[in-house]
Design a binder for this molecule. Structure first.
Ligand code: GLA
Length: 383
């Protein structure tokens, strides 16, 4: 290599790094976080082995390259505190630092879980009174993401804000960029104050389950929260159930489409080592992921509803509009989006994001048959 040239290049790079204004440097969760979490499938049966196998699977299935980089360990990893009050992992996770090193070596990031209360939801050791020590321990291990779950905590709205602020400050003090995921089920209108206590995302609902009824109730109820989401701070309607077996293919497409329309965190919750081809196809549909990850960071919202038929729209940074035609009924139905409802006058091109196919140019409206509990997801661009 030409030494002179490489010196010049590194000098330029160094200059660029310092010359960049702070806001142009990486912001945490600039787009909704993507990854995997142990809870929905493994619950308390997660351990070092499942996490390492999941890290391998994230790479081999192409999920990592599609954007799923956070590998998050949920509740039940916690052991006892040592005599100085530092938290230790339990026997399921013999060496958290070496696990983090392994996860990082795969080009992934590691997430962990705790609670502001004395105990976590599953009754393990919480962080109350040890916030700084825990944040330091996470940083020492190489943790990149913390889900902080209210659960067995108690107190008023102000006490809740104070508890989250305490952990935000403790994390900040470590100097390590760690995403803070607030989990308090949407109580006290968390979307109004989530960013002020350092939340990069906050749960807006109770726990999801792997049933169409529950998923649909949570997802379609997010309408109205769109003004609270944006780069660095996102509404979180809970983790994905895609691939866990309780819904059919159309229902999982609805789940994934709706979460993408909502600019929701895409945190897979299935066993990545045993996926059917359609589960992989849903989770890695790059055109749908691009809807979720659009840099404009606008959360979609409902623009029309007739009983069980809902039309949602998400404005995109390229000026196009993504439209979801959702059929919550048990029969196939034809649904129509009028271009006047999405601010397009006259002709527009339509691309179907599940068929991955340009449908052509249409004037004034677009109609499609939507399967039972299914969705047609299209990107519409004015001509
Ligand atoms: C709560 C959370 C879940 C999960 C469990 C773990 O129920 O909402 O997502 O973290 O606790 O105990």
């Amino acid at each position: 290599m030409n030494v002179g040239k490489s010196f010049q290049l590194s000098t330029v790079l160094l200059y660029l790094t310092f010359a960049l204004p702070v806001h142009a440097q990486e912001i945490l969760a600039a787009t909704p976080p993507m990854g995997w979490n142990s809870w929905n499938h493994f619950a308390e049966h997660t351990n070092d082995k499942t996490v390492r196998e999941t890290a391998d699977a994230l790479v081999s299935t192409g999920l990592r390259d599609a954007g799923y980089v956070y590998l998050n360990i949920d509740d039940t990893w916690e052991g006892q505190r040592d005599t100085n009050g530092f938290i230790q992992s339990n026997e399921k996770f013999p060496d958290m630092k070496s696990l983090a090193d392994y996860v990082h070596s795969k080009g992934l990031k590691l997430g962990i879980y705790s609670s502001p209360g004395p105990k976590t939801c599953a009754g393990y050791e919480g962080s109350l009174g040890h916030e700084e020590q825990d944040a330091q321990t996470y940083a020492k291990w190489g943790i990149d993401y913390l889900k902080y779950d209210w659960c067995q905590s108690s107190g008023s709205r102000d006490q809740m804000l104070a508890a989250y602020t305490k952990m935000r400050d403790a994390l900040k003090k470590t100097g390590r960029p760690i995403i803070l995921s607030l989990c308090e089920y949407g109580w006290n209108k968390v979307w109004e104050w989530g960013p002020s206590v350092g939340g990069n995302l906050w749960r807006t609902t109770g726990d999801i389950t792997d049933q169409y009824r529950v998923m649909a109730e949570i997802g379609f109820n997010q309408n109205g929260l769109e003004k609270f989401a944006g780069p660095g701070h996102w509404n979180d309607p809970d983790m994905l159930e895609v691939g866990n077996g309780g819904m059919n293919e159309d229902e999982y497409r609805t789940h994934f489409s709706l979460w993408a329309m909502l600019a929701a965190p895409l945190i897979a919750g299935n066993d990545l080592t045993k996926m059917t081809p359609y589960t992989v196809e849903i989770l890695t549909n790059r055109e749908v992921i691009a809807v979720d990850q659009d840099p404009l960071g606008k959360q979609g919202f409902r623009i029309a509803q007739e009983g069980p038929f809902e039309i949602w729209m998400k404005p995109m940074s390229d000026g196009s509009k993504v439209v979801g035609l959702f059929n919550r009924q048990r029969t196939v139905e034809q649904m129509t989006v009028k271009f006047s409802e999405i601010g397009i006058d006259g002709e527009a091109t339509v691309r179907d994001l599940w068929l991955k196919k340009d449908q052509g140019a249409f004037k004034d409206s677009y109609s499609a048959y939507v399967p039972t509990h299914g969705v047609v997801l299209v990107k519409i661009k004015a001509k």
